[in-house]
Design a protein around this ligand. Sequence first.
Ligand code: GLP
Length: 263
Amino acid sequence: MKNFKITIFNDYNQLSQESAKYVFSRWQEKYPKKFVLGLATGKTQVGFRKNFLKLVSNRKPSLKNLYLFNLDEYWPIEKNHPCSYFWESNRNFWQPLLKLRLGFKQNHAFIPNGETENPRFEAANYEKTIKSVGGVDLQILGVGVEGHIGFNEKGSSADTTTRLVNLSDSTREANKAFFSQGKRAVPKQAITMGITTILKARKILLLISGRKKRMVFKRLIKSKQNKNLPVSFLKLHQDVTIFTDREASGKTIEEINLQSKFK
Ligand code: GLP
């Protein structure tokens, strides 16, 4: 676990501000060269995105060489469905970046196509597109309560690439809040980057926030990598930063006396 650099923030606000600063700094280290940022969706990411947009709008770097790759998308789902990750990312991230008029290109924003009739081809093609830009420099992740990353559910192995997956009942239950017609409207499948795809990113930033994530944080810290907890495969990566808050971390760190930073 030496590869995990864990920082525990007081609360979600602080975690969101610091994650935006962290991502901005890693990008500036490569600037003005191409920077490929892997993005996640979900509630945890909202604060990071707002703070990141604020930072960009204040500092005004050129966005010409910024590439964005979303982790996953429901399948099937229309792009203009308000619960698609396409719609959500376009509204809350890509359009605000375009509006800054700092050179961001819409064709540098990638997400698996939830409208495709051939999801297997789409998945293979997505994997190729990531390779064609030189791979992901920094991948941001959230985690599901049962330990999924992207939509790599329990049972996903370490050698998986971008593919079509079935969503678990608990994931559909957790995500139903976004769908006005409830769980039955949540698609049963998704296209997601695989574990291998994620592990190929040069750096990883994992955000874990809130009381609901306390158990998964504890399991991540305490268990060896295994298929029942896909997030545990991050232990195979050399450069993982974990930003968490007091609600999610609970007493886990004190219990095992792990070296970590408290802020
Ligand atoms: C979702 C997404 C993941 C996300 C995770 C946690 O199902 N597919 O990419 O990181 O579950 O979401 P949240 O931050 O809303 O808890």
